[in-house]
Design a protein. Sequence first.
Lengths: 215, 260
Amino acid sequence: MATGDPLFTFEAVGLVTDGRPRLVDVDLTVADRAVTVVVGASGSGKSTLLRLLNRLEVPTTGTVRFRGQDLESVDVRAHRRRVGMLFQRPTPFAGTVRQNLLVARDGLSDTDSGALLERVGLDDGFLDRPADRLSGGEAQRMCLARTLATMPEVLLADEATSSLDPEATRRLETLALALRDVGIPVIWVTQEPEQIDRIADHAIRVTAGRVEVLS
Amino acid sequence: MNGDVNGLGLLASLILIVIAVGISRWQRLGLEGSILVAVARATGQLLLVGLGLGLVLADDAPLIWSWLWVAGIILFAAVTVQRRAPAIPGLFRVAVVAQVLTAAVSLGVIFGLSIFPLEARTLVPVSGMILGNALSSAVLAARRLVEEFTDKRDELEARLALGCATDDAARPYLRVVLRTAMTPQIESTKAVGLVFLPGAMTGLVLAGVDPLDAVLVQLALMLLILGGVATVSTVVTLGAGRRLFTPDERLVPLLRKSEG
């Protein structure tokens, strides 16, 4: 890992899909070892910004760097394992919680699986439960455990609490702060500006594809 | 019965169409136009095919004409598959490869093992039966593939985000597609003889062939059709499935929903 480089850097990044500009001339530096909250209305381009960070999108123009390295030149699968992502809706795969964790890391032992579940506030009694029968909050935490199974250096969260009740939301916010405290920076996309007050070390607003640093 | 149908007989069979149109009107289904178009198209197409077959199957016609007929079936089938699932980029080429492989495997077995003699009278109808059934399965596979990749887009992206290779990410969903594409033919093979008498056998019996001989011909064809369906479904599902990912391991833009 290069040291001293920012976590992510956007250099004159633009993205156009179906003739529609989604991001316009973005120059941005995302700090390491922090929770960075990205706020914006629906359709503003904030999720697109996040998806550029793990190559689910690629820029039409400009360069995105991870710890100084141009993402054009990375091994995409290895990069995605370094930069974990939690999606807007929980995405449990068919099968048990154990099988879900094994998709992320082949050969994961039950002890390690249990430790991952414990880290997100679940216990190893969940291992044999069908993943698609968990509650919304449990499923999203299971998805976080699954993402953490790849041992990521960064966590991207794309409106990860938008489908959760307030209690489950608070729990996930606490987990994000705990990850930051153990050295895993979090980039947290949301439509709820109040999450800036609750968890942000830095905040960015995206409006119609343009980015503004708030703090 | 000698299998001949005269004009009067054909007209008599139209009574059933009159009944179908009557039911549609009675129940206000609005299908009268579709039924009449279907009858007119079937009549026109079959008459054209009959004329063409007359040329291809003539005693002095070279066998290459029959092979050209088979090539025509393959091209028509590939165009049909592409039209039914236009969201899949490059599906035409996948469908051509799938149909060519299906034809090569099936016809290779039939004529390589001398199940039937290689002549126009066997090549054309046997190819039509095998490739026709393969077409239905190919269309089913392609359409189900688009549905599956649209419905399960979030899961697919979650798998990609975990660093899975595209083949690994797609595998669970491709299995569903393959099962969907192959099941109808498996079910119809199970029900053959009990629920319905298949076309070749019916035709042979109507033409006066001994029923047991007709059964043996039909059995050989059914097994080859099942093999053809398995081949075409596999090639279309795996081939088209790969085209739903970009070379840098993302889902193709066509399938993305609008994002925040």
